[in-house]
Write a protein that binds this ligand. Structure first.
Ligand SMILES: Cc1cc2nc3c(=O)[nH]c(=O)nc-3n(C[C@H](O)[C@H](O)[C@H](O)COP(=O)(O)OP(=O)(O)OC[C@H]3O[C@@H](n4cnc5c(N)ncnc54)[C@H](O)[C@@H]3O)c2cc1C
Ligand code: SF4
Length: 330
């Protein structure tokens, strides 16, 4: 049993004050990841600051025509929120494909962004892991790496970011609003999560002592032509082997704009911007989708057990594009 203190923050300013005064403290929201990590002694915070009573539970319209999602909006409330289902269905679909209903009832928007990798070695404190103990080595390189990354890896870490919700947020080009001792700032979603490089212990560009307050969605939601396709070992309660979020803007049977991101393949949701560009102005066709899938995995590298992810990711992108295009006839 690890001893830790517990306190409840009354508002954002109070949470910031408490976290600033105690570098060993951690914020706790739904607790569905952090408490597991504490049980396995991967995380050993001296204090838990409970932020669940902070007034960050609203989904509100923004003046620019988008939506602002409070950091404490629960995953299930967000997935079934009517404006999200109608205007950003790819986000609703991605959230519903994650975890289980019970977990989604607890998990929060901010916590989902900051959930940690599911690499088994990260959770096993008897094994070397650069993410858990910097400089100790990476057990997954040369070890069991079926679930691991094929893109954007480094010699220090080949872990993937496990979130489904974040794959959809990547194509929606959301902004993450944060606040800290030096004030408020917003981070483009593409810059929020990091590649491992030689600092795999840092998953994101959130600074120590900063709190996520909201996620903002721009107006473009790809409500007509979207898809979230998740390939996993079983149909529910499993993390993605590979997933793809797709949004298409069409002019008849021609693609005006295509956006897609892959999940389960990298340390962050993976946008393949060059592959997206090659679809602009192109008529819908299976060949174009297959070529975009191949382009999306350009430079991918397997590590043995996960070599199968390279062709799987290419096919997942192509299938998700096909699915998104089909909706124009629905
Ligand atoms: C069995 C199981 C299966 C799962 N399957 C899936 C799946 O298929 N797909 C998927 O996407 N997810 C899955 N999950 C993960 C789940 O979605 C996350 O655990 C959840 O989203 C985390 O949210 P939380 O509010 O519980 O975070 P917490 O556990 O409370 O916190 C996680 C981290 O975020 C920090 N934090 C939380 N809120 C804030 C904030 N506002 N500002 C700053 N820091 C903050 C905490 O300090 C902590 O470090 C699964 C989880 C489990 C246990
Ligand atoms: S892949 Fe990353 S998280 Fe997994 S053992 Fe290697 S360093 Fe640790």
């Amino acid at each position: 049993m690890i001893e830790f203190q517990y306190s409840r923050a009354t508002d954002v300013a109070d949470a910031l004050r408490q976290i600033a005064g105690n570098p060993g403290a951690k914020l706790v929201a739904g607790g569905t990841n952090l408490i597991d990590l504490m049980k396995m002694e991967v995380e050993r915070p001296a204090k838990l600051i409970d932020i669940t009573r902070l007034p960050l539970k609203q989904v509100e319209d923004t003046p620019g025509g988008g939506l602002r999602i409070g950091a404490l909006v629960r995953n299930s409330d967000l997935a079934y929120h009517a404006p999200i289902e109608q205007r950003y269905p790819v986000l609703a679909s991605a959230i519903k494909s994650g975890a289980s209903q019970q977990l989604r009832n607890m998990a929060t928007t901010g916590g989902n962004l900051l959930q940690r990798t599911r690499c088994a070695y990260f959770y096993d404190t008897t094994t070397p892991c650069n993410k858990r103990t910097p400089g100790s080595g990476c057990s997954a390189i040369g070890g069991h790496n079926r679930m691991h990354a094929i893109l954007g890896t480094s010699d220090a870490c080949i872990a993937v970011h496990p979130s489904d919700m974040c794959v959809a947020l990547a194509i929606l080009e959301a902004k993450v609003h944060v606040t800290g001792a030096s004030g408020d700032r917003s981070i483009a979603f593409a810059d929020f999560h990091r590649l491992p490089g030689d600092t795999p212990q840092r998953d994101t560009n959130l600074d120590a002592g900063e709190i996520i307050t909201a996620v903002e969605l721009p107006p473009k939601g790809f409500a007509k032509n979207y898809s979230y396709l998740k390939i996993r070992d079983r149909l529910s309660y499993a993390f993605a082997l590979v997933s793809a979020a797709v949004g298409l803007e069409l002019d008849g049977d021609t693609i005006k704009e295509a956006r897609f991101a892959l999940g389960g393949v990298a340390h962050k949701p993976w946008r393949a911007l060059e592959a997206e560009k090659q679809l602009a102005g192109v008529p819908l066709s299976d060949d174009a989708f297959a070529a975009a899938g191949e382009a999306a995995v350009k430079g991918a590298q397997g590590h043995g057990h996960n070599d199968f992810k390279i062709p799987l990711a290419a096919r997942t992108v192509a299938s998700a594009l096909t699915e998104a295009a089909k909706q124009r006839k629905a």
